[in-house]
Design a protein. Sequence first.
Lengths: 562, 533
Amino acid sequence: MARKYDVIVIGGGHNGLVHAAYLARAGLDVCVLEARPLVGGATVTEEIFPGFKYSVFSYVVSLMRPEIIRELELPRHGLAILPLESTLTPLPNGDRLYRDADHYRTWREISRFSIRDAEAYDEYGRSLFYMARAVKYLLDIVPPDPARLSPGDISGMLRLGRHFLGLEPDQLHLLVKLMTMSSADFLEEWFETDVLRATLSASGIIGTFLGPRSPGTAYVLLHHYMGEIDGHFRAWGFAKGGTGAVANAIASAAREAGAEIRTGAPVARVLVKNGRATGVALANGDELRAKVISSSLDPHRTFLDLVEEDQLPDEVVQGVRAYRFRGSSGKVNLALDAAPDFSCNPGHGPHLRGAVSISPSIDYLERAYDDAKYGDFSREPYIDIVIPSAIDPGMAPPGKHVMSCFVQYAPYELREGTWDEKREAFGDTVIDTLARYIPNLKDIILHRQVVTPLDIERTTGLSQGNIFQGELTPSQLFFLRPVAGYAKYRTPVRGYYQCGSGTHPGGGIMGAPGKLAAGVVMGDLGRGRRAGSGQRAGRERRAGRGPGSKHAPGSKHGLGRG
Amino acid sequence: MMKKYDAVLVGAGHNALVSACVLARRKWKVLVLEGRPVIGGAATTEEIFPGCRVNVAAQDAGLFRRDLASELGLDAHGLEWVRPPAVATSLIGGGEPLTLWRDPASTHDEIASHSRADASRFAEWADYQHSMARVLRVALDHPAPALHDLTRRERIRLLRPMVQAARLGRRRVVELLRVLPLPARDLLDDWFAGEALKGMLASTALPGASQGPSSMGGAFRMLYHATGNQAHGFRSSAFLKGGLGTLSEALVAAARAHGAEIRTETEVDRILVEDGAATGVLLASGEEVTARCVVSGLDPRRTFFGLVGAPRLGPEFNRKVGNIQMRGTTAVLHLLLDALPPLRNAEQRLAGHTLIAPTLDYLERASDDAKYGRCSSRPHLDIVIPTLHDPTLAPAGRHLASIQIRYAPYHLRTGTWDDPATRGALLDSVLDVLDDFLPGTRERIVDHRLLTPLDLETIFGLTCGDEYHGQMGLDQLLFMRPVPGWARYRTPVDRLFLCGAGTHPGGGVTGVPGRLAAREILQSAQRLPGDNS
C-alpha cells in the first residue's frame, strides 16, 4: 500500500499550492493532487493558438499578499509582476476618460468633465486607501466565531472590536457605507461625472451577479482596492509570462520545500472512517492515505461532492446549499495580427499597456445587469480589456498581440438554450461591442477563444463558473464564509480542511485562504505556528508563539485531541 | 421673556405625538405644533370623498408596538383593533387567488392547492420569520449603539440588548446577521418554490426602498415589517375601527390628558437658535414660542435645511444631510366603489392586504422602471379596503379602496408630476393592471383621488415623497440613521432633537423613534437649564 502522507491537498490552484508550500516548509510530507495536466486552476497560461499565450481565465494580479510573495520567495521562483500603467474608458461619442499614475495628467483629464470631480478624485483615492488598510487587517486573521464562546473566539471578537472601534468615527462610518451601499450610490456621494462613476463602479460588479445600483457592490469595490504590489495600493499588475507564472512560481516554491505535486490526478472522493478523513480515492481507483486532507475546491464540491452528506450535520448541508455561486462572467481571448486601434485614442500609446474598460455609464452597466437578471447574456456587456503582449512581448510573436477581455454579464443559468449553443453568439456580441470602439478589430483577429461560465466550470471545476468560489456578499464573508461555524478552515469531518477562495477572505489571486488554512492545520497537528482566532499571523510570528498556542478552539474537529 | 414650555414639538405625526405623550407623562409642559388642520402626519383619516373617512397615506397599524400602546393607555382612548381573518391575498391573473389566513390550518390548505411542498414548509417559515424578527426587534427597540464613543455608560447601556439577543440564541443572532443583507429573492428561493407565494412575501420587502426583490437588504425590510404583532409569515398587520387616524387621535387624547397642548394650522417658519442652542420656534404668524428644547418630527433634511438653515450647521454635517438617500417611489390611489370588486368570497379574501405581486420577476421589472426614472409600466399594487373593517367609513353599500402603487419615482427622467399627462398615464397603468387581476373594479369606481410622490411631499412635507423619511437600506440604519454619528436623536444644535421616522429605527407606524427620542430627551434633561420637576 502507498505510503501515508501528512497532508494531501486537493486541487492545484494558487490557494492549494500556497497551502502546500507553507505546510511543506513546516516539514510536513505534502502531496498536491491536480486534475488537470497543469497546475494553477484558474491562474493558468495556455498556448491555445500557436505562438500566442493566453491567460485563459484570471488575467491580472494585485491582491496577492505581499508577505506570501516574500516568505515563499516567489521572485526567486520566477515571479515578475509588470505594473498596469493606466485605465482608459472609451465613450460611444468618441471621447474618452484616461487615468494613469501621472497625477496632473489625470487631474486635467477628469477636469475636462468636472473640476469638482478632479478635486475629489485624490481625496477619494486616499479614503479608499485608508479603508482598504483598515480592512486588510481581516485578510491576515482566522475569523472568530461569534456563536461560540471559546476563549479564542472571545479574544478574537474583542481584538476585532478594538481594531475597528479604534478607527476615526468618520472612517468607521465610511466603512459601514462601503459594506452596505451600492457602488453607484457610494460614488454619487463623491463624483458628478457619470463616466467616472461608471468606470470606478465597474470594479464593484466584477465577479458578482449584481448591478452597480445593487447594495453590496461597494464592498467588492473595496475588495479590489486591496491590491498591493511592492506596497503600492491599488496597483494592478500583470505577471510576466501570464497569470500561469504565478502558479508556477508557487508550485516551484512548494516543490523546493519538498511537496509532491501530481497533475492529471483527479480526486473522486475523500475517504472517511468514523468521522475522520483518512485519505482520498482518485478517479482511477487508486487510494492515497494522509493524516490531513485539505480541499482547495469550492464549498459545494468540498462538502457535497467529495464527502457523503450523511457525514455532515444538516445545517451545514443546508448552509452550503444556500451558499451562492451564480457565475456571471466570461472571457474572450483574442490573438491579433496587429495592435488594436482605439478610435478615441488612435495608434500606439501608453493606453495599450494599461487596462481598457468598456463602462461608459452607470445605466450601461445597469442595463447589462438587467439582461443577465432575466437569464440572457448582456447585449452590451461590460468588458475589461488588457493587452498582455503590449507589456510582455513574450506573450505573442513580434508585432502581433494577445488581448484578454473579461466580460460581464454572462449568467451561468440561461433562460433559454445552453451555453454550448450560445457560446459563439456570446463571442460575436463581445466582438461587436468592442468593434464600436476598436474599428480595426474585426480585420486583425487571428483566433478567438470564448470562455463561458460553463467552460470555466468544466475546465477549472469552479461551481457555476464563479471566479471567487462564491459571491463576495456580506452574507458569505468572514465568519459566514462558507457557512457559519466552519469559517475556520475546518469541516465537520475531523482531519478534513478547506483552503480555497470559498473560505475567508475570499477570491482573487490572493493566497490568503491557503496560508491561513495552513496555519490552522499546523496548529491542529501541533506543528509550527498556528493562526489562532483573530490573531495576526505576523504579530504571532514576532511574538514567537510556539506549537499549539494557548487555545485550540474547535480542535476536536482537527487532530489536536484526535 | 420667561420660558413657557419644556418642549415644543414640530409636527404632529404619530412619532412626535408619542414623544409628546411620554414627555407629558413626566410632567413636562409640552406644546405640539402642526401646520395642517389635522393631526397625525401621514397617519391620518380624512374626508377625501364626501361622507367618507379615508386613510390618506399609511393604512396599517400592525407595526405599532403593543407595549407602547398599553404604556400610554391608548386603548382607554377608544382604539379598536381589527384583525381580519385574511392577512393577505395575492391575485394571480386568471388563476385562483392565494390567501394567507390568520388561521394556519386554512393557510396550509390554501397553499397546498398551489404547492404541497410549500404548504408543509410555510408553518416552519412563519416560526423562522417570527424568531428572526424577535432578535431584530431587540436591536430596533433599543437606542442605536453610539459606536463612535463607547463611554463606560454606553457599554453598560449596550449590555441590555446584547444579553436580550443572546438569550434568544447566539446561533440565531449569527443567522440573522447572515440573513439581513440577503435579497428577498434569495431568502425566499431557499424556502419556497411557488412563484405566487414568493411574489406576495417579497412584496413586504419593497416599502422603504426603491429596490426590487433581487437587491440586497430586502430580507431586512421583510423582517422589519414583521417586528410588530404576529406576522403569520407575511407581515405584521392590524387595522383600526374608524381608520388609522384614530391612533393619532388616541395619542392626542393621551397627551392632552397629561396637559400637553396641541395646536393645528400652526406653521413653523423656523427654529430659533441662539449661540448654538435651540431656544424655541418662530411661527409663520410671526409669533415666537420659546421652550427649553425643540423636538422635530419632520424628516432630517426638512428640519435642518428648512427650519434650522444650513449656514448654522457647518459643511461636514450639511454634506451628510444632503447625502441622506430620500427616494419616494410610492403613489397612492384612493377609490370610492359602489360595490366590492367581483371575487368569490370577497368579504373574506379582500379584508387584508390585497396584492398584485404575481411573481418575483413582476416585482423586479416594476422596480427596473424606477431605476431609470420611469413609473412602472406594470406596477405592483397593495390594496386595502378599510370598509371591510369598518363599514361606517363610507355611506351604506359603498366601499373604499386605498392602493399603494409601486413604483412611481419622485425623480422622473422625463416629464414632471405637475403634468396632468404624467398623472393620467400612471392612473391608466393602475387601472389596466386592475382590469387584468381584479376585473370589474373599474366599472365600480364612483370617485377616485390619486396622490403622487409630489403630492405626498406637498401635503405631508415628506421630502421627495419618501414616507420613510429616508431609505431603509442597510447603509441608513442604527448608528447611520439619520446621519452617521448623530443616531441619538441629538443634533449639532444643542437642545434640538429629532424624533421622526428619519431617526433610528426608522419608518412605518411603529412609534419607536418617538418613544426612544423622548427617553433620550429625558435623560439629557439635567443638561437643560430650568427645572421641570
